[in-house]
Design a protein around this ligand. Structure first.
Ligand code: HEC
Length: 140
């Protein structure tokens, strides 16, 4: 084998071992994000827009929203909707957000993982195991 070829084989070997070194958690995070993007497009982007930027004073932004700091409230708000005044980044919004009971616990977890990785500065998984007890606690 010439040097060039053995170099290539070396690079291939290193990249294969890098890929297989990904933890189960990381693989799951990426799967959740992929699903989360679709769920967001199909259920949320109508109002909050594809890039989460919101619409004027009608629909608050999710990208850069200080409301994301309270993850439990966000999880509950997705399942049960939200009525009355809320303040997002110092701006008042006051329109009802419809409940999203069609989304399963897993879908909420996928959505949360996507939103927080895309807009909340996180690089981690929000597992459905952690979302279910929160949803049960805020059951209406
Ligand atoms: C029919 C339009 C509509 C849809 C669809 C919708 N929302 Fe909302 N959303 C709103 C409105 C309006 C508010 C503000 C509620 C208020 O004023 O009390 C809001 C508030 C929020 C907030 C808290 C404030 C902020 O911007 O950070 C989050 C987070 C949120 N929505 C996420 C979602 C997610 C995720 C989905 C999809 C599952 C979704 N919304 C679907 C209209 C919508």
């Amino acid at each position: 084998m010439n040097r060039c070829l053995s170099g290539l084989v070396g690079i291939l070997f290193v990249s294969i071992s890098l890929v297989s070194c990904q933890t189960d958690e990381e693989i799951k995070r990426q799967r959740y994000i992929t699903e989360g993007i679709l769920i967001f497009k199909n259920n949320c982007a109508n109002c909050h827009q594809d890039k989460g930027q919101g619409v004027a004073s009608l629909y608050p932004p999710i990208a850069g929203s200080d409301y994301l700091r309270d993850k439990k409230s966000v999880i509950c708000l997705i399942r049960y909707g939200q009525q009355g005044k809320i303040v997002v980044n110092g701006k008042v919004y006051n329109r009802p957000m419809p409940a999203q009971p069609q989304l399963s616990d897993l879908e909420v977890a996928e959505l949360i993982t996507y939103m927080y990785n895309e807009w909340g500065g996180e690089t981690k998984l929000t597992n459905v195991k952690d979302v279910t007890p929160i949803l049960n606690a805020c059951k209406k």
